[in-house]
Design a protein around this ligand. Structure first.
Ligand code: MTE
Length: 321
């Protein structure tokens, strides 16, 4: 019997892959787990294999997870990353990022707001209720994962700084610091210009699903996933989920996001997950969950249509891709 209403960000068990188990067999054996154990116990054990990361200092409201969802493992989520400021090699980000120093991280919030802020990450997080949110995450490249993020709702931050009525969009910037991000210095891999920029329309930013993530699996955000704070917009392709944010600007025009600036024919401002609108160079109809062999169908708005489809009513999603 269920006492709690299922939250929109919870997935059905059938939509999460058991194949994770096989790809992590080595870890599984290392744990010395033998005999018959329930799938969820195995997943939990695998999720706990990483002991290098600190537990979050903040209490958080857990996602009810009544359906005992199977998540991608901590190892999978933290071993395959897109973070160009370190490298374009997805398997190497974790090594290059492991000593990233995020102490004394400051965040500037300004533009069209009544109460601009220049505040340390530590002080900012303390202001808001932290949640666990189990979300699908779909990269534009065709891979996906299921992640238990921890974070606060962007809408809570928006309310705190009181936007002016003229503010229609929010722009986010990743820190520019050549001592922290090797590729900002060497420009070796640079397919893109730095700092990385992203943006949302105000109503997208105010949606209950939009999260400022500060951790995952109840641990501080790993450097490779965008420490100490990143955006998570689960119905959009992963490139909208900008990492290591140091500046948030309220504005009255649509921000020019990094990937659109780089290649406007292939990447737009909206980037809503849409199996019916292909990337010019590949189909978006299917995706491979990290650790899976077989592909699965990609869902419209990544499965969050009930919560967000109204935001795009009347818009031609082929034009506003
Ligand atoms: N943010 C910054 N600053 N730099 C990046 O290279 N890559 C984006 C997004 N945010 C990126 C970024 C892309 S393309 C994806 S798919 C996701 O981060 C990947 O997030 P993950 O490494 O946590 O899976």
């Amino acid at each position: 019997m269920k006492y709690l209403k299922k939250q929109p960000w919870e997935l059905d068990e059938s939509q999460v892959t058991p194949e994770n188990l096989f790809t992590n067999r080595r870890n599984f054996l290392k744990l010395g787990v033998a005999g018959l154990v329930s799938t969820s116990a195995v997943i939990q054990a695998l999720a706990n294999t990483n002991i290098d990361f600190k537990n979050l200092k903040y209490d958080y409201i857990k996602d009810a997870n009544e359906d005992k969802l199977k998540l991608n493992t901590f190892e999978q989520i933290t071993s395959h990353n897109n973070f160009y400021e370190f490298t374009t090699n997805q398997g190497k980000v974790k090594d290059l990022a492991k000593n990233m120093d995020t102490s004394n991280w400051m965040i500037e919030i300004d533009g069209l707001v009544e109460k601009p802020l220049f505040i340390s990450f530590e002080d900012l997080v303390k202001k808001f209720q932290i949640y666990e949110r189990i979300y699908r995450f779909r990269c534009v490249e065709g891979w996906s994962m299921v992640v238990p993020w921890n974070g606060f709702m962007l809408k809570d931050l928006i309310k705190a700084v009181k936007p002016l009525s003229t503010a229609t969009h929010i722009e986010f910037e990743t820190l520019y610091d050549e001592d922290i991000f090797p590729d900002q210095k060497s420009m070796l891999f640079s397919a893109i210009k730095y700092p990385y920029v992203e943006g949302l329309r105000m109503d997208e930013a105010m949606n209950d699903l939009t999260l400022m993530a500060v951790g995952l699996y109840g641990k501080d955000m790993p450097p490779q996933n965008g420490a100490p704070i990143r955006l998570i917009v689960p119905w959009k392709y992963g490139f909208k989920s900008i990492k290591s944010i140091s500046k948030i600007t309220f504005t009255n025009k649509e921000p020019l996001n990094t990937w659109q600036a780089e290649n406007p024919r292939e990447y737009g401002f909206y980037a809503n997950v849409n199996p019916n609108v292909d990337h010019p160079r590949w189909s978006q109809a299917k995706e491979r969950v990290l650790g899976s062999f077989f592909k699965q169908k990609t869902l419209m708005f990544n499965g969050y249509g009930d919560e967000v489809a109204h935001l795009y009513k009347g818009m031609d999603l082929k034009k506003y891709f």
